[in-house]
Design a protein around this ligand. Structure first.
Ligand code: UD1
Ligand code: UDP
Length: 376
């Protein structure tokens, strides 16, 4: 029997873990591959929440996270740490996902060893290097080195082809986040207790319309975060509405939100939710207000209008379909857009179409088959 292809899967943050666990599951189930998992732990607690629910025990854990880490120190630690793991593991290929510092450093360390890099969620572009910052440049750097580009949509494929990437190296697979969402939804159906932890909040806000909020983008730190907090304060004055906001562990987010939003009757500032509980929040929310990438993909798939607190998006598919809207971080604009959705049924219904341009839940299977074809 031929030796299986040893593939080192590298990730470090919550969204990478969510989007790669279905691929790790698929690789581990396939005898053509030996899947070795290396986590950088660029995130610690928020990564561990995903590893636990997905049942993944990493083979290597760099544990790099420092409180309020800087991009340069983080990147330096990632590059040297991931290089050492690659030297020890001697993989045939390296897989990264998306656009984080971990993904960029993993691709670079692999390239320095002339290892082929497989890029999951390739080809997203906002065409603005400061929005999102630094992710737009991270993913372009990865794109310059990747061997196989797994584009989630035809739009992403088109962006890579415009950059003269060899078309035979680009494959449209769907986004693995939809695989993850299907997986967790099925798991909750089998084990409802996994998502039952919001019951107290649900009782507290019974009869109210729930707005789910997440926020963490670096380019929104400072003025942007202040605008978001001011908007939530105003929304919370409506007696018919409640805000549930699992606050990202980044201290630049927590400080502002804790100072501005603690103690309001209609606002629940809570700790980051594990994935089943976040899926539950998506289910009970009428509207999602977010600057997250992943939530922009999940909310439309569940028929939840998503207001995106950014100036540009590398995920234009939801906006084009009318299920997502860019609203920036100006408080007055956010409040206006939320009020329109809450007060005008027609506006709400026109956005609340379950529309899923991001995949059919079989992206991981496609990725594994394309890899198998690649290794012959
Ligand atoms: C990172 C990614 C961003 C991604 C986001 C997902 C980069 C440059 N940024 O941003 O692309 O969208 O993750 O959430 O790669 N922290 C904890 N515990 C955790 C996680 C974070 O305490 O589990 C705190 C730490 O103080 C840490 C800080 O948050 O230093 C920032 O984490 P970092 O990964 O550098 O940036 P994010 O803003 O989370
Ligand atoms: N998410 C979660 N718990 C939370 C908030 C978000 O599990 O409290 C999930 C969400 O479902 C999505 C992902 O985390 O899949 C998005 O991560 P994040 O917003 O941190 O990063 P981004 O997608 O912007 O890179």
């Amino acid at each position: 029997m031929t030796k299986p292809c040893r593939i080192l899967v590298v990730f470090g943050t919550r969204p990478e873990a969510i989007k790669l666990f279905p691929v790790v599951h698929a690789l581990k189930a396939d005898p053509r591959f030996e899947c070795v998992v290396c986590v950088s732990a660029q995130h610690r607690q928020m990564l561990d929440q995903v590893l636990e629910i997905a049942g993944i025990v990493p083979d290597h854990d760099l544990d790099v996270m420092q409180p309020d880490q800087t991009l340069d120190a983080l990147t330096a630690n990632l590059l040297t740490g991931l290089g050492k793991v690659m030297d020890a593991v001697q993989p045939d290929r390296v897989m990264v996902q998306g656009d984080t510092a971990t993904a960029m450093s993993g691709a670079l360390a692999a390239y320095y060893r002339k290892l082929p890099v497989d890029h999951v969620e390739a080809g997203l572009r906002s065409y603005n290097i400061l929005h999102p910052w630094p992710e737009e440049v991270n993913r372009k750097i990865i794109g310059a080195m990747a061997s196989l580009h797994f584009a989630p949509t035809e739009t992403a494929q088109g962006a890579l082809l415009k950059e003269n990437v060899d078309p035979s190296r680009v494959h449209v697979t769907g986004n693995t986040v939809i695989d993850a969402l299907h997986w967790v939804t099925a798991k909750i159906e089998r084990e409802p207790h996994l998502a039952a932890g919001l019951a107290t909040l649900e009782a507290r806000f019974a009869g109210k319309r729930i707005v789910g909020v997440t926020s963490h983008r670096r380019e929104n730190f400072g003025e942007g975060m202040e605008g978001i907090a001011a908007a939530i304060r105003q929304i919370a004055q409506r007696p018919d509405t409640a805000v549930i906001f699992p606050v990202h562990l980044n201290p630049n987010v927590r400080k502002v939100m804790n100072e501005r939003l603690t103690g309001l009757d209609n606002v629940a500032l809570i700790e980051p939710l594990d994935y089943p509980h976040f899926a539950r929040l998506l289910a009970i929310a009428e509207i999602m207000l977010t600057d997250s990438g992943g939530v922009q993909e999940e909310a439309p798939a569940l028929g939840k209008p998503v207001l995106v607190m950014r100036e540009t998006t590398e995920r234009p598919e939801g906006v084009a379909a009318g299920t997502a809207k860019l609203v920036g971080t100006d408080a007055a604009r956010i409040v206006t857009e939320i009020s329109i959705l809450l007060d005008d049924t027609n506006s709400y219904e026109s956005m609340a179409r379950a529309h899923n341009p991001f995949g059919d839940g079989h992206a991981s299977r496609r990725i594994v088959e394309l890899l198998a074809h690649e290794i012959g």
